[in-house]
Design a protein around this ligand. Structure first.
Ligand code: ARG
Length: 594
């Protein structure tokens, strides 16, 4: 289906052209004065300069042309079209036309959205957990935003490949290995003369591993010798020393099982479980190639690539691809990963989602990748740098005792708060309330994050996020649940439940609902183009509000006219279906009751 805004624009463009003006002046936008009109066209103002006429003269001419056309063709899309001083064109959409749009949306796949994608591959690099380090709230935003963007793209017809890109090759591995040596020196991994097979069993549980890393990390800050050993162990691991690779595999196995569980709890799912370690095999070629192309050069013992470009607003330092001690860096491994992704998928777009403090890193990596010709010039490489999740005190979110909040604790806190609210209502059993709290809690958490523009910092406020009123996830779910209950009552009371047809809106409240529904495809497309899930949140918030206002003033179930009753049921079903499609794309779902 053609988007409503495009239908309107086309009709205006035809009129501008028929009046002798360039069609490009017929730009139509959503009105910022809903009391005066629904859409508006300000093109007469710009055209006035070009054609040396009064704006109102042009606007009136165009309005007359549209009116005449609507009358002769009988295809009415405006209920009102006015030229107002100094030269605006105010538009209202015809209720009958909107009802037709609604009825078509109901029976068309994806509510008539014409998907822009045709299976083109897009890489979404998100999650980014570091193996053997606890998953904390710092990784939450990446997982939540990335999952939404991946789902948005898939919905629009792209082939989105989500890669968790684990930090699995860093110093934490050396720290764990050396801490293990201190605790269990008898392990075969530390016997230089050992030639047998390495055990299948890990020498630690996830619980122990979670304690080993922080202990070792703290120790390395005080004990230089220990730190040096850990660095040495990391270096040997990265150079393929078999015993350490064997320990590493055990660390990976234990930690990954736990990570998967955590991501599952967030309803976050990756297509690829790759990590920095997978980039290793590309690095020798990469370094050689950068040198062969004359891009990489020695600087103070390190190997660097210049990335500054004319037009840069600030001075950008070169990208270091090899340190003076020969070690690879974060940027090197990201470049290696790009080589692999090009080889395996040749994506049409890359999207990376991390904390915005990594902005320079990604600028450097993207520029090197393009300069060296690893990625085509025209392939967009996007870094979405998100802001910090702060506590109510405005400082980065911490636990009560000042530590870093673990993700599972955070989820538990949210679920508990939601559980409390559900039990206040007392409409469901305790058991159901627990299950419902899990579903609603996830929505509270994700919506609380996604409803903000990603780059902004935001305040994590459990009370606000779990409220059933206001711009929150639970409010959206509450709206869906409310519609589900209306539909259940309707089915119970009617003798015949037929599909019904949505009729022209009778009230301004009802019309507001239909106008919002008609914007569905436009919102979904723009949100993905701008990689901005918050646009979908804003949309479903407005739609929920519009529905609730309509519902308050309309007695749907007791309406006497059967056709009208069925029409409203069809309308609220469409609202529910659209809301559910949106939250599905955002990465959460609604319960049956709450
Ligand atoms: N592991 C990294 C971190 O915790 C995030 C990885 C992001 N992805 C990437 N390709 N660099 O900061």
């Amino acid at each position: 289906m053609q988007k409503l805004i495009d239908v309107i624009t086309e009709r205006m463009r035809d009129a501008f052209i028929r009046c002798g003006y360039d069609g490009s002046y017929a730009k139509v936008v959503l009105s910022n004065r809903p009391d005066l009109c629904e859409y508006q066209c300000n093109g007469a103002m710009a055209a006035a300069k070009a054609y040396k006429k009064k704006p109102i003269e042009i606007a009136t001419q165009v309005v007359d042309a549209v009116t005449a056309e609507e009358e002769t063709s009988g295809e009415k899309i405006f209920s009102e079209i006015n030229a107002v001083m100094p030269g605006f064109i105010n538009l209202r959409v015809d209720e009958g036309y909107l009802a037709d749009v609604m009825n078509e949306m109901r029976v068309t796949d994806k509510f008539g959205l014409e998907v822009p994608g045709h299976g083109e591959t897009v890489i979404v690099d998100y999650g980014g957990a570091n193996v053997a380090k606890p998953l904390h709230v710092g990784h939450l935003r990446s997982a939540v935003i990335g999952e939404a963007i991946k789902r948005m793209g898939n919905y629009l017809g792209y082939h989105m490949i989500g890669d968790v890109h684990l930090g699995d090759w860093g110093l934490q591995m050396g720290l764990i290995i050396e801490e293990l040596r201190d605790r269990q020196p008898e392990l075969v991994y530390f016997d230089e003369n050992y030639t047998g097979e390495y055990p299948d069993e890990a020498p630690f549980t996830i619980g122990e591993l979670e304690e080993i890393y922080p202990t070792a990390s703290a120790k390395s800050k005080e004990d230089d010798a220990f730190r040096a050993r850990a660095q040495e162990a990391t270096f040997r691991l990265q150079n393929g020393y078999a015993p350490f690779l064997a320990v590493w595999k055990q660390i990976m196995k234990v930690s990954l099982a736990d990570l998967k569980k955590n991501y599952d709890n967030l309803d976050v799912h990756f297509d690829l479980w790759k990590g920095e370690s997978d980039a290793e095999e590309y690095i020798p070629w990469l370094i050689q190639n950068l040198q062969d192309q004359g891009l990489a050069y020695e600087s103070e013992g390190a190997l660097v690539v210049d990335i500054a470009q004319p037009g840069d607003r600030k001075e950008l330092p070169p990208c270091i691809v090899r340190k003076s001690d020969g070690a690879a860096l974060y940027a090197t491994s990201d470049l290696g990963t790009i080589l692999e992704r090009e080889r395996d998928f040749s994506p049409v777009k890359y999207i990376y989602i991390t904390d915005k403090r990594q902005e320079l890193h990604f600028t450097q990596v993207f520029r090197v990748a393009k300069k060296a010709g690893y990625v085509k010039q025209e392939t967009p490489m996007i870094h979405i740098g998100f802001g910090t999740m702060n506590g109510k005190d405005g400082k980065p979110f911490k636990t009560r005792d000042g530590g870093v909040m673990r993700l599972e604790h955070l989820i538990a806190d949210i679920n508990e708060a939601v559980y409390g609210r559900i039990m206040e209502n007392r409409t469901v059993s305790e058991e159901e309330a627990h299950e419902t709290a899990r579903i609603v809690g996830l929505a509270a958490l994700k919506y609380g994050d996604l409803s903000n523009q990603a780059s902004k910092d935001y305040i994590f406020d459990i009370d606000r996020f779990t409220s059933f009123e206001g711009n929150t996830g639970p409010y959206i779910l509450y709206t869906i649940v409310r519609i589900k209950s209306i539909l259940a009552k309707y089915r119970a009371q009617e003798e015949h439940v037929d599909a019904g047809r949505i009729l022209p809106a009778k009230s301004s409240m009802e019309k507001a609902v239909t106008l919002l529904l008609a914007r569905y495809s436009e919102v979904m497309e723009t949100a993905f183009e701008e990689t901005a899930p918050h646009r979908i949140c804003q949309y479903i918030y407005e739609l929920s509000d519009a529905f609730n206002s309509f519902y308050h003033e309309t007695k749907i179930l007791t309406e006497e006219d059967r056709e009208q009753r069925a029409g409203w049921i069809a309308l609220v079903t469409l609202v529910k279906d659209v809301l559910e499609a949106c939250i599905g794309v955002l990465g959460f779902s609604a319960p049956e009751r709450m």
